[in-house]
Design a protein. Structure first.
Length: 207
């Protein structure tokens, strides 16, 4: 049996059917993108059950808003934004949410945020050597808000101004949490690299 290849024309037809509330088309769209969107949810929340609930909530919004989709932008990018916003909305409703932030008045204790140079390639060059499970484990071990900001800035490509608006914080606070996440991740990556060294290499490294 000849397989149907999925291209941009197929995608546009699928979107049009979803806009007309075609249930089969909605199922097809879910099947095509749910795995990627679930991975986004899992980057922000550790609980698979909660992540799956958020995924379903996000797809409900996608189907409700799909008439507003414009073909000049990527469908996947449009969907990603809805998924991220759904997760952030959930996290903001958490009663512990505001207590997790380092606020401007806390900077004397925790240190001033450094000016971000917008370049994270130095981290990613090394991080790309890790397996996906190893990297995800490091990300999941970050403090909650620093992980959120790192996800939004480094992976989902939001600016500090956008992050500040989304999370209800200042840009300085967003920069501090990005700096904190990068500092912790760099320490974890350096430990990972050191653990991979041979015994002789470790001896040499101490001198």
């Amino acid at each position: 049996m000849k397989l149907l290849t999925f291209n941009i024309d197929n995608e546009q037809q699928l979107v049009e059917k979803c806009q007309n509330h075609d249930v089969e088309a909605q199922k097809k769209l879910f099947d095509l993108y749910s795995k990627k969107m679930m991975a986004i949810c899992m980057r922000y929340v550790h609980d698979e059950e909660i992540a799956f609930d958020l995924l379903n909530d996000a797809f409900l919004k996608i189907f409700q808003k799909i008439k507003t989709f414009k073909p000049e932008i990527s469908l996947e990018s449009w969907m990603r934004r809805i998924v991220v916003n759904t997760v952030i909305d959930y996290l903001r409703k958490n009663h512990r949410y505001k207590k997790l932030f380092v606020r401007m008045e806390d900077f004397p204790e925790y240190g001033e945020p450094v000016e971000d140079d917008g370049d994270i390639s130095d981290f990613w060059e090394v991080a790309c050597e890790l397996s996906i499970p190893e990297l995800m484990k490091m990300l999941n071990e970050l403090p909650t808000v620093s992980r959120m900001v790192f996800n939004l800035y480094a992976i989902d490509e939001y600016t500090h101004k956008q992050i500040a608006q989304m999370l209800g914080i200042s840009e300085s606070t967003s920069k501090w949490h990005l700096f904190n996440a990068r500092r912790i991740l760099r320490q974890k990556v350096e430990k990972w690299v050191y653990d991979k060294l041979s015994t002789n290499e470790k001896k040499f490294k101490r001198y």
